[in-house]
Design a protein around this ligand. Sequence first.
Ligand code: G3P
Length: 300
Amino acid sequence: MDIFVDTADLDEIKEAESWGILDGVTTNPSLIKQAVENSQGEMSLEDHIKEILSTVDGPVSLEVASTDHREMVREAETLYEKFNSVNDNVVVKIPVNTSMDAEDDDFEGIKAIRTLSESGIPVNCTLVMKPNQALLAAKAGAAYVSPFLGRIDDYIRKEIGLERGEDYPKGTYYPQELAEYIRSQNMQRKIGELGMDDIIYQDQETMKIFDWGNDAGVLSGVDMVWSIDQIFENYDFDTEIIAASIRTERQVRQCAEIGADIATIPFSVIEKMTVHYKTSEGMKSFCDDVIPEYEDILEG
Ligand code: G3P
């Protein structure tokens, strides 16, 4: 699995690059805003972006900011023309659906992806919250799709919390194991047969599975990645999956188990990936046990 860092912070990108495991970077307008606020105007935004591009020899996603497909295509071409010459690694991020109100057009994103992919500009289709969005993005020619698994877990967790009168913090994990158990019991089919918006499911505890966004078949953020992976495999799509909006190490591990092509991970989560108490404990005892004769050999 390729590892991207989900940040526009130059220090974080340089540090992650120095570890020798970084394959790419994803940014969005919120991450750029955060990075610019933190850098306190040390350089222009244009130079900042150029430095990100030259630091990493892998795809760097830059997002458009419009909602109309023609404007998105224009912005994407501008980003590509301005920055791709730096290191030949610009990928343009296009939201799968830019509509914010009921009367807005739901296909602006898909139309922009089709136009850009036909003109050879690689697209990372972002804000994917359900498998059908990924299917349409892949059909439109997206090079990558980014399912936001953390935000889906946030949503489910909040709804479960509301139901139970509890307030689960953001780091609380929505259990993929439960999703797998429900799948193994063929509960999805039953949900479909019942045709209900939501059901109460009795396991060790009562769990309410909510029908978010018209598709009751996806049971967690990681489950969404699994479903997209199945769909892409069924139809031999070349589109790669970037598991995005990751909150925890556990989500990274489960995306790797599924076989997601890429995970874009916050710097703070990548930092934790080598850490284990027993590793530190073992390290201490190995260092304590080094005998002088062995030290001599090591000194060469
Ligand atoms: O790559 C997507 C990501 O930046 C969104 O993450 O944590 O804001 O849901 P988050």
